[in-house]
Design a protein around this ligand. Structure first.
Ligand code: ZN
Length: 427
């Protein structure tokens, strides 16, 4: 339950942007021009076709290919076979969704409404489609891993990550969404029924495996967590060389809990002092760690003198347990210090989970559905801030998207027939 069904046959569909339908129908009658158009498109994308492992052809469509025109639901499409490895590529024009009758422009509106937080039912009403059809489109997108799609956009695998789990519900069951974020991009959005370290390691391990497939020497240098045991232990298991930091904002929010019985205004004042303390340490360019140790000791003494030795002692032992994780954040300037972007991602996904509540069933594809939603999160442009307005998360992080149209990008990037050209040796 909750796992993606593996496709039995390798999906070698390629979505090609023919600009408009007329161009496509004109090209259908001219083999030479058709193949040249597809080649030019491949070249512009910088992608290669996914031949079978044994094949030496690679690259663009070659002379060694068979071309066949077939009818698909009333539409003529091309199938291209590599004569060396016999891999068959289906060339899907941009105005068709794979295996779906739904037109891309209908899916575009419904997906945007889903991304905006509208329930599947209401999205379906807007698009005059069935909610289940929309659910299936999202699951189909989610058959492609986030790592696969993001690396196609030229994003390097993240060296520093935020890892945290969202606690949610599937009908009456508690479920967990182990998540990995780097900057504005979701690299993993898993689904787990258990909160054990083993279950979380299995989920985060899917990201690790996909990353290793892309880059066999991949290593995480630093991971920031909120300190949840299963997440921390998953990180230790999967990325033994990584520095593990604890979120500083989480620390700030926890301080008042250590001061039970103290008046709200005093607790608030101490939280502000703690905030200033952490902030000053981060501002320092050197000896941040030494500075933190001294400041924490003085702050615990301050609590003892202002609200009593019991509180001082409780805070001191809490510091003792957590300070290694805070040191880690301060010791490496590249470490993320706060999990704010991850919380934002979770809040966005949470609305969708609520929206899908009518779609939970034992045979459901929760993992695929969530991955589909994560693709939307990464690829739909956002307008909230003037800085980066109109850019999607992938672009904000420095990635390239194939076209200026997010829906077309989604279609192209989740086409199974493409593979990344080898990365240029730029570093
Ligand atoms: Zn081949």
């Amino acid at each position: 339950m909750g796992h993606t069904a593996k496709p039995t046959r390798q999906n070698r569909t390629i979505t090609v942007d023919f600009q408009d339908e007329t161009t496509y129908f004109q090209l259908l009658g001219d083999t030479q021009a058709f193949v040249e158009f597809v080649c030019a498109f491949l070249l512009a994308l910088g992608f290669q076709l996914l031949h079978k492992a044994s094949c030496s052809e690679g690259g663009c469509l070659t002379r060694h290919s068979h071309y066949a025109r077939v009818r698909l639901g009333g539409l003529t499409i091309w199938r291209i076979q590599c004569t060396t490895c016999k891999a068959v590529f289906t060339v899907l024009p941009h105005f068709v969704l794979r295996y779906r009758q739904m037109r891309p422009e209908v899916a575009r509106d419904a997906l945007l409404a889903t991304h905006g937080g509208l329930s599947l039912e209401w999205c379906a009403v807007i698009g005059h489609i069935s909610p289940m059809a929309l659910y299936r489109v999202i699951c189909a997108l989610g058959q492609h891993s986030l790592v696969e799609v993001l690396t196609r956009c030229g994003l390097p695998l993240p060296r520093y990550i935020l890892a945290d789990e969202k606690h949610s519900r599937c009908l009456t069951d508690r479920v967990y969404l182990p998540t990995i974020v780097s900057g504005r991009v979701l690299w993993h959005l898993g689904y787990s029924h258990a909160k054990s370290a083993a279950a979380f390691t299995a989920s985060y391990g899917q990201f690790h495996q996909a990353a290793l497939t892309h880059e066999p020497s991949y290593q995480v240098r630093g991971a920031l967590t909120d300190g949840f045991d299963s997440t921390v232990s998953s990180m230790r298991t999967l990325f033994p060389g990584a520095r593990l930091g604890l979120c500083l904002r989480h620390a700030l929010n926890k301080l008042p809990d250590k001061l039970i019985g103290v008046s709200a205004s005093v607790r608030q004042g101490l939280r502000s002092t703690f905030h200033a303390l952490l902030h000053r340490c981060r501002q320092r360019t050197s000896l941040r760690v030494v500075s933190l140790g001294q400041r924490l000791r003085r702050f615990a003494d301050h609590i003892t003198t202002t609200v009593g030795p019991d509180h001082g002692e409780r805070v001191r032992s809490w510091f003792q347990a957590k300070k290694a994780g805070w040191y880690t954040v301060l010791a490496d300037p590249q470490m993320p210090a706060m999990s704010t972007v991850l919380d934002q991602a979770h809040n966005t996904i949470d609305r969708k989970l609520f929206a899908m509540k009518g779609f939970h069933h034992p045979g459901g594809s929760q993992a695929a559905f969530l991955t589909g939603l994560a693709h939307l999160y990464n690829l739909i442009p956002y307008q909230r801030r003037a800085l980066h307005a109109g850019q999607c998360g992938v672009e904000v992080e420095g990635g390239r998207v194939p076209t200026s149209d997010w829906m077309l990008n989604l279609q192209i990037l989740t086409s199974g027939g493409y593979q990344c050209a080898p990365a240029p040796p730029h570093h």
